[in-house]
Design a protein around this ligand. Structure first.
Ligand SMILES: [Zn+2]
Length: 274
């Protein structure tokens, strides 16, 4: 028996603010759409109007304004839209609070997303993995970036190391839809950490070509992140050695989440790179 066919989910970036991506999710047989982390409303409203789409859901990964400032204006235009996000008093306007293991069913898309709690960048940051049952798209906000990771604001380095270790264990074919275009800047730091990693050098050339052509470098496969992103490579001897040179002392090499190596890399990038 063949499986019932599911609509293909088209996922496109809407560039916003300086370097944010608001992800637009659209089932190819419907006129409804959802968006992830609208840091502003105007570019989303423009795309919806141009494509004749109705916004039925807004998914939020964390409370920072560059991910949420568009909520009120979008809801004013689409009052029935579901607004889904983590429990956090700083996050206003949610109609559904979700946490670990919840499935966020997205109205109008015939698609659901599983919620992963991934604290560290903020204490209440979540990610969405889906659409179920394929689970091949990860909306990871500011937790995992292409070739990097988020800074630690009100979470901790230990939390972020554990969250990244968790994401690193997802299938390597998972596409990572982070919320910023930071790839080239992150690869510059990756070159400090692993100057001799050929996969990093190849990614640098590819990312430069794409940016020169005005194309996004996001999403990227988790496989590419595992090969090039120093924050997912804390188990590599060369990465640990580089972190130890910065820290000026030997660092714990035990299995993931390798908090000491991760923390040294994060501090190194924060204090000396950007
Ligand atoms: Zn953020």
């Amino acid at each position: 028996m063949s499986e019932p066919s599911r609509p293909r989910l088209a996922i496109t970036p809407i560039p916003a603010l300086d370097d944010n991506y608001i992800w637009l999710l659209q089932a190819d047989d419907r006129r409804q759409a959802a968006c992830v982390d609208p840091g502003e409303a105007e570019p989303v409203l423009a795309v919806l109007a141009a494509r004749g789409l109705e916004l039925t859901a807004i998914l939020i990964t964390h409370h920072h304004p560059d991910h949420t400032a568009g909520i009120a204006e979008l809801v004013a235009a689409y009052p029935d839209a579901l607004v889904c996000g983590p429990r956090d008093r700083r996050l206003k306007g949610l109609t559904r609070v979700v946490g670990e293991g919840d499935e966020a069913a997205v109205p109008g898309l015939a698609a659901g997303f599983r919620v992963l709690e991934v604290p560290g960048h903020t204490a209440s940051h979540i990610a969405y993995l889906g659409p179920t049952p394929d689970d091949d798209a990860l909306f990871c906000g500011d937790t995992l970036f292409t070739a990097g990771c988020g800074r630690v604001f009100d979470g901790t380095c230990a939390q972020l190391a554990a969250s990244l270790a968790r994401l690193a264990a997802l299938p390597p074919t998972t596409l990572c839809y982070c919320a910023h275009e930071y790839t080239l800047a992150n690869l510059g730091f990756a070159a400090w950490v692993e100057p001799d990693n050929p996969a990093r050098a190849a990614r640098q050339a590819d990312a430069e070509r794409r940016r020169a052509a005005g194309e996004p470098t996001v999403p990227a496969t988790l496989a590419l992140e595992l090969a090039t992103n120093p924050f997912l490579r804390t188990g590599e001897p060369a990465v640990r050695a580089a972190a130890e040179r910065f820290a000026g002392q030997p660092l714990d090499a035990s299995p993931p989440p390798r908090i000491e190596v991760f923390t040294a890399l994060r501090r190194w990038k924060d204090t000396e790179y950007d």
